[in-house]
Design a protein around this ligand. Sequence first.
Ligand code: ATP
Ligand code: MG
Length: 257
Amino acid sequence: MPTISLAIQKGGSGKTTTAVNLAAALQQMGHRVLLIDLDPQANLTQAMGILEEVEPSIYHEFQKVANGKPSDLSAIILQQNGLELIPASLELAGAELELVSTYGREQLLSRMLKPLKKEYEYILIDCPPAIGMLTVNSLVASDFVLMPLQAEFLPLKGVMSFLRHFEKVRTTLNKKLKVLGFVLTRYDNRKTMNRSVLEQLIGAYGDKVFQTRIRTNIALAQAQEKGVDIFSFAPSSNGAQDYMELARELLEKISGN
Ligand SMILES: Nc1ncnc2c1ncn2[C@@H]1O[C@H](COP(=O)(O)OP(=O)(O)OP(=O)(O)O)[C@@H](O)[C@H]1O
Ligand SMILES: [Mg+2]
């Protein structure tokens, strides 16, 4: 079943917000979804209402496989507000360095995830804002990459550099990896800059740009702070509508791929 990386090296582009609310939208549509926090900042884990350091986290599973021990990701899944999450912890920052000398280090997550893939209809992985070992592991374990972009910045340079890395991973490590698309977040149609970013993105990447745009909506930030998804926090907000629409468009795009 499809595994989707939410990735782009630019910080604050809406990866974590999209991970939690897209997962919640898919779950509301009746799908079984697993969320994986692969960012040492552990923002997704916090956004799911888990504020204290968790142990064991995905870091400990990385350590096990790196040392040739059996890993069982299903043992560390947390049930949180009806969603299922594999949590991150700050120690995960160490994994980037610790794995450097590990044989097959790019494939560790892919190996760990294999037994879980048939249990879930969708697996969403929230990546850190960097193209390091963790993001590469996520891309190798995925079928698709979804790139959230903040409409406030001209993102093209960053996008091009990310796509070069994507292409390297695709050709050398995971031939089935595909770009699902770009989603503009914190979008405000009244702002010239936002409309111009949208136009440039469509000019460069055409129908890879999702028609659904996530509007600026303070309720999304408030929900994240409260540790709940937008559907439990403000079900009739623009944020809830936009993420439901995004989930519909995403399913369409996946079935056409
Ligand atoms: N549509 C939106 N409207 C208002 N605020 C938003 C929206 N999307 C995200 N935010 C807020 O913007 C901030 C950054 O979003 P988020 O954490 O999802 O980005 P990120 O790409 O995961 O960041 P990082 O790269 O650091 O992991 C958060 O405080 C979030 O609540
Ligand atoms: Mg994040």
